[in-house]
Design a protein around this ligand. Structure first.
Ligand SMILES: [Zn+2]
Ligand SMILES: [Zn+2]
Length: 333
């Protein structure tokens, strides 16, 4: 099969992925063999390829927003889902199930979690394998390319929205407007919320306007100061104090990124007092994934996608790094 493989980390401009002919993966006991139909491109892939998140073994096939069709299974593997079913493969593909975090319903914090396209080969290929327990059902309403971005950008956005404690009808602020944020905007609008978007890129601001944001501004523009909840998708610590100032008393700011530049000093009186909450978002649980996929289908969420052939994975990642993608980039084998 064709696969894009990483042999050594490097700046994406050097095109570290190589298109190769490799043996089709063999599903182990309890695993499904999936023919890949679409695979979303995530900023985390960029962190892996460039070595910010050093890969544990090389060569590696990245990609963890995979939509595909079940075409086989390992020995002694349950017959469900049957061959021909469309399934999704996400970043999280296993937890220890035994630690305090796993036992208390916070498996997103498990220190022995396993990730697709990191600990195991992912979806920048024609075939992939996934443990049966971690294959998500995909609603018929969504095309392959539309479903793919939901599997990481959507799931993390959903968890960030939940941790921001935004209730239906609340006024929500989003800083940064990439893949996750454009899905959260659709979820929040379907819940009757007014959404304010702040981004330093005009392409992203124009997409936010098209998608029904109530107010769109530059990232350094003053927010209305009346937000019930806010999510920071941009990995820019300088935006934390202004986002906190824009919250009403009792509001929460959730930071959705894995990386963040240093956060400047926070003024207690104007930025934190009044029971404002500042929190991070770390990975997700299997339940977050199931809930997001169900809500996205109900709410008619449709990610805005730009398609690239599998051969052009390096270019897709360069475009993502440069901020040229509106919504989601998706590779199609
Ligand atoms: Zn991701
Ligand atoms: Zn655990």
């Amino acid at each position: 099969m064709k696969a894009q493989r990483l042999h050594g980390t490097a700046a994406i401009e050097e095109h570290p992925l190589r298109l190769e002919d490799v043996p089709q993966p063999v599903p182990a006991r309890g695993e499904l063999l999936v023919r890949v139909l679409a695979c979303g491109v995530c900023r985390t892939d960029l962190h892996v390829l460039e070595g910010d998140l050093a890969p544990t073994a090389l060569p590696l096939v990245p990609g963890h927003m995979v939509v595909g069709e079940v075409v086989g299974r390992g020995a002694e593997t349950a017959p469900d889902p049957p061959e021909g079913t469309r399934v999704g493969i996400a970043w999280l593909r296993g937890t220890c199930g035994a630690c305090g975090h796993c036992a208390s319903g916070r498996s997103n914090l498990c220190l022995d979690a396993r990730f697709t396209g990191y600990h195991a080969d992912g979806g920048y290929a024609e075939y992939a394998v996934v443990p049966t327990d971690w294959a998500y059902p995909i609603a018929d309403e969504l095309s392959d390319a539309e479903a793919a971005p939901l599997l990481c950008a959507g799931i993390i956005g959903y968890r960030a929205l939940r941790l921001s404690e935004a209730r239906p009808g609340d006024v929500l602020g989003l800083w940064g407007f990439g893949n996750s944020a454009h899905i959260v905007l659709q979820l929040a609008r379907a819940r009757g919320s007014e959404v304010h978007v702040f981004s330093h890129r005009e392409e992203h601001r124009s997409l936010a306007r098209e998608m029904g944001a109530s107010n769109v501004g530059a990232s350094d523009e003053a927010a209305p100061g009346s937000l019930d909840a806010a999510i920071l998708f941009a990995p820019v610590g300088e935006l934390v104090p202004p986002a906190l100032r824009a919250l009403r008393r009792g509001g929460t700011l959730a930071c959705a990124g894995i990386h963040m530049s240093p956060i400047p000093a926070i003024d207690y009186e104007t930025e934190l007092f009044g029971e404002r909450t500042l929190r991070s978002v770390t990975a997700n649980t299997r339940e977050d994934g199931d809930e997001l996929l169900a809500e996205a289908a109900r709410a008619g969420v449709r990610p805005h996608t730009t398609l690239y052939p599998l051969e052009r994975a390096n270019e897709a990642l360069c475009d993502l790094k440069a901020g040229r993608i509106r919504g989601a980039a998706v590779l199609v084998p």
